[in-house]
Design a protein around this ligand. Sequence first.
Ligand code: 13P
Length: 240
Amino acid sequence: MILCANFKANKTRQETRAYMAVVESFVSANDISDTIIVFPPFTALDHDPRNVLIGVQNAYPVQNGAYTGEIALEQLEEFGIKTILIGHSERRHVIGETQEQIAAKFRFFADQGFAIVYCVGEPLEVREEGDAALLSYIEKQFEGIDLSYADLILAYEPVWAIGTGLTPSNRDIELLHGVLRGKTHAPLLYGGSVKVENAGEIMALENVDGVLVGSASLSANDFCEMIAQAAELNTEEENN
Ligand code: 13P
């Protein structure tokens, strides 16, 4: 399983440090073999990771240069960052990144050998139009994206499920993940209102290889509890 914590614009550098100490100790103490990735804000990227990967939530697709307010490859390299989140719904719908810009970012960081967590997901009005509209909306989010990229992790995050406490039914998650599985061999994450109460159930669904967690990941104890649930699923699988 792959479990990702996306802090968005939450937590200071000091808070991130304390958080990482809790999660890293938990991962060592419990011999966790799942992949754990934390995406802190830019200001907290200077963590020397032990057994948890640190990724960046965004970056500008250049080595360096005149891009006020952005950070680029050179700054990531200084902190040994090799994992990036691309196409997140808040970048698309709040910041206004276009598919063209997202695809350019994808190409640049793929060329640099980054592990890419690429996010797709539909807004509520599209979901309400039915499965055909939903699938054609998601298809457009694959324009310019290499789905055979070796270091790709694909995350399905319905926009209406992010930060709302709403989640699609298990059947709907399996349906969409089944379609995604037909397109790529990349691990498939589900994101959108994942919390301790539903993480285990969601991770047990077919074609779900992990979760991308926002608000509920802000509590280190809750995130560790989700990691424990993933470990339990691995044990169940081994016993079957
Ligand atoms: P929430 O878990 O807060 O719904 O956020 C999901 C998300 O956007 C993770 O990237």
